[in-house]
Design a protein around this ligand. Structure first.
Ligand code: ATP
Length: 341
């Protein structure tokens, strides 16, 4: 649906060159809710603006529905843009126009007749839950309501892709939740592919099925949300995951537990059904090892339970090996960790 192939974007301002994107490869499949996360300056906005044809790559290809945007003429580009809606952090509504007229803008530009416009706008306002606000001005709305207007406007031309540029960053947690649920509904009911850029891992956790992590113009890690949350490899990804999943031993536990001679600490991860099976109990029954659970946590991601546990194991080397083999055979992810985690 959306594919970036070895994409570079360089800006030159006052003789200074900024390499905003440095060789991006990314594939968003139809029906995905694809999240791109990164700290400020990582290149997220530049990336999403390439998909919307607001920027052109310096090198590489951006393909939407199998076609390289670089090959479009002006007329084709206008048609292609109609297929891509976008919402923004600060909503970008016209303050002097009523809610109805804000939502109608894309339809007016497409030269639809008045009846068609009226019908479609009312349908969209109902979908986003703002039927009673049609005659209000943006200044009379809350942030969440403004974003709903932005969403209705983005959907007006029946796009198959919706791009969300930090769409919930200006909203409180409760309103963020309701907007994310609305995006989920849009994805499910209208089969619209959604691409979200954010610096909040909680947004990715709540609605995305895939995620790419960006740093300094590169994608450092990408995959299914379950995989990336379950086994974050890069330090930056681990830092993002830590913001939503507590997966380290608290300092009070740390102080009270002393590493016994010959003991090792492991981070175990269980996904799906494994999270509810008594794997640890079975391991203790079949191997002569002493187990001390230092930390345990369960999180729900993509309707799958992800369990994390940090244990201290002690015993003879051969028994430790047996215990680890047993866990691996039972589908448990194992990573040895330092004693001071
Ligand atoms: N039009 C531009 N001209 C010059 N430099 C730019 C332009 N747009 C972006 N940049 C630079 O490209 C780099 C990436 O910026 P970008 O806005 O894509 O990052 P970001 O991850 O979206 O950050 P933020 O979350 O702060 O918006 C930054 O160093 C930025 O200063």
């Amino acid at each position: 649906m959306i594919e970036l192939k070895n994409v570079y974007k360089t800006f030159t301002r006052k003789g200074i060159t900024i390499d905003a994107l440095k060789g991006i490869d990314l594939k968003v499949e139809k029906g995905d809710i694809f999240g791109v996360i990164g700290y400020s300056g990582a290149g997220k906005s530049t990336l999403i603006r390439l998909v919307n044809y607001l920027e052109r790559p310096t090198k590489g290809q951006v393909l939407v529905s199998g076609r390289d945007l670089g090959t479009y003429n002006d007329k084709e580009l206008r048609a292609a843009k109609k297929n891509i809606g976008m919402i923004f952090q600060h909503f970008n509504l016209l303050e002097s126009k009523k809610v109805f007229d804000n939502v109608a803008i894309p339809l007016v530009l497409l030269k639809k007749n008045k009846n068609e416009i009226r019908q479609r706008v009312l349908e969209l306002l109902e979908f986003v839950g703002l039927t009673d606000k049609a005659d209000s001005y943006p200044s009379e709305l809350s942030g969440g309501q403004k974003q709903r207007v932005g969403i209705a406007r983005a959907l007006a031309s029946n796009p198959s892709i919706l791009l969300c540029d930090e769409a919930t960053s200006a909203l409180d947690p409760q309103t963020t939740h309701s907007i994310l649920q609305l995006l989920k509904k849009i994805n499910a009911e209208y089969n619209i592919t959604v691409m979200i850029i954010t610096h909040e891992m909680s947004v990715i956790q709540e609605i995305c099925n895939k995620v790419a992590v960006m740093e300094e113009g590169r994608i450092i890690e990408q995959g299914s949300v379950l995989d990336v949350f379950g086994h974050p490899k890069h330090q930056t990804t681990q830092n993002f995951v830590k913001t939503v999943i507590q997966n380290s031993v608290t300092s009070s536990v740390q102080k009270s537990i002393h590493a016994e001679h010959g003991s090792h600490r492991y981070k175990l991860s269980f996904a799906g059904a494994k999270a509810s099976e008594p794997v640890l109990y079975e391991m203790i029954r079949s191997c002569d090892v002493k187990v001390n659970i230092l930390f345990a946590n369960m999180t729900e991601i993509q309707e799958t339970t992800l369990g994390t546990m940090i244990i201290q194991l002690s015993g003879e080397a051969s028994e430790l090996n047996n215990a680890l083999s047993f866990l691996k055979r039972n589908g448990v992810g194992i990573e040895e960790v330092e004693s001071d985690v």
